[in-house]
Structures are given as structure tokens and as C-alpha cells.
Design a binder for this molecule. Sequence first.
Ligand SMILES: [Zn+2]
Length: 134
Amino acid sequence: MTNEQLAQRLRDHDMRPTKQRLAIAAHLFDGTDKHVSAESVYTTLKQAGIHLSIGTVYNSLRHFADAGLLRAVPGLGDHLTYDTNIGAHHHLLDVDTGEIIDIPALSQPVTSADLPQGYELEAVEITYKVKRTS
Ligand SMILES: [Zn+2]
């Protein structure tokens, strides 16, 4: 995605395309679905020579999520992860590492057969997101 396409995507979601937001958006929307934290985005940008404050990264990710460009995913403890894949899918949470792994949305409960090789089911916790209709 070009810088202008990224800027347009932000404007389409009522976000002003500031230089900082564009730098973050270029990392988030590089064509690969990813789960990120403020810390991981901060570190990745820093390694690429882009220096933003951690507070700016936190606030920007929250704005992206509020605007519907990212999905907030609860992780271990109060650790918040953001998902660039906003389509329907389920998550596996590795309870040892905190890693979040995508699996396709299934209409049936997940069984051991649905897990990637090398994993066993530790626990299931399903949150159905709903809205009041009136
Ligand atoms: Zn995901």
C-alpha cells in the first residue's frame, strides 16, 4: 500500500493521517496479518529508525481500534494485543508465551484435531460479542 493509499484509508475512518500514524499504519498494513502490542510496534519502528514515543504508539493503536481498523484482542493478564485481521476468525492463546495464533472461524467447538501440531488444548473460553438490537 502506498503512503497515499494509507492516508486515504485513515481518512476513510475519520482519522487524520499524521506522520506518526502513517508510520504505524505502514507497519500494520503491510499486507501480512499480524497481532501486535504497543511494545512490539514501538520496537519494530525503532529498529527501522523511526522514533516515536511509546505513549504515541499506545494512543495511536487505541485510535486505530476505535476507528475499526484494528481489533483489540485480550491476551494473558491485562496484556492487550491488536489484530490487523478484522475478519471473522478464532484465536488460540499460548498460555506459556502469550502468543496468539489465528485459526479459521469454526461453527463447532475446537477440538485437539483443529490445533497446530505440537499443541494440546489447555482451556476454552469463548466470548461472543453481541449488541443490543433496541
Ligand atoms: Zn487474529
